[in-house]
Design a protein around this ligand. Structure first.
Ligand code: 5GP
Ligand code: ZN
Length: 112
């Protein structure tokens, strides 16, 4: 996808702060963090949103990477939250499937 900002980050043509990577998934720091720890977990394949994530393998890859990332960042024990915004009512702004992993604060409400 030539006009997708996350595809450009995955290709390396737009810089990012990489936290974790494997052959299927990239994890980067969010450019505008909502919490002390705020990273974005994305498949390297261009999938627009959860509505297009038909293969269960994608979910398994994402959640394995999330768990690995939480360990790398040292937040696994105290806990973290994973959020996916799908579509306009949820406020999805980048149309490349991604999951927010948020931590480093005590979270109360279930929405941010
Ligand atoms: P959404 O609202 O689509 O669920 O989340 C998109 C997220 O991507 C936002 O939290 C925003 O700060 C982040 N973001 C947008 N552009 C960039 C970028 O160029 N680099 C990084 N690292 N994060 C970005
Ligand atoms: Zn993309």
């Amino acid at each position: 996808m030539t006009d997708c900002i996350f595809c450009k980050i995955i290709e390396g043509t737009i810089p990012s702060q990489k936290v974790y990577e494997n052959d299927k998934v990239l994890v980067i720091k969010d450019i505008n963090p909502a919490a002390p720890v705020h990273v974005l977990i994305m498949p390297k394949e261009h999938i627009e949103s959860m509505n297009d994530a038909k293969a269960m393998g994608t979910a398994a890859d994402i959640f394995a990477a999330a768990r690995e990332t939480a360990t790398i960042l040292g937040v696994a024990e105290n806990g973290y939250r994973i959020i996916n915004n799908c579509g306009k009512n949820a406020g999805q702004t980048v149309m490349h499937l991604h999951f927010h992993l948020i931590s480093g604060i005590r979270m109360g409400e279930k929405i941010i």
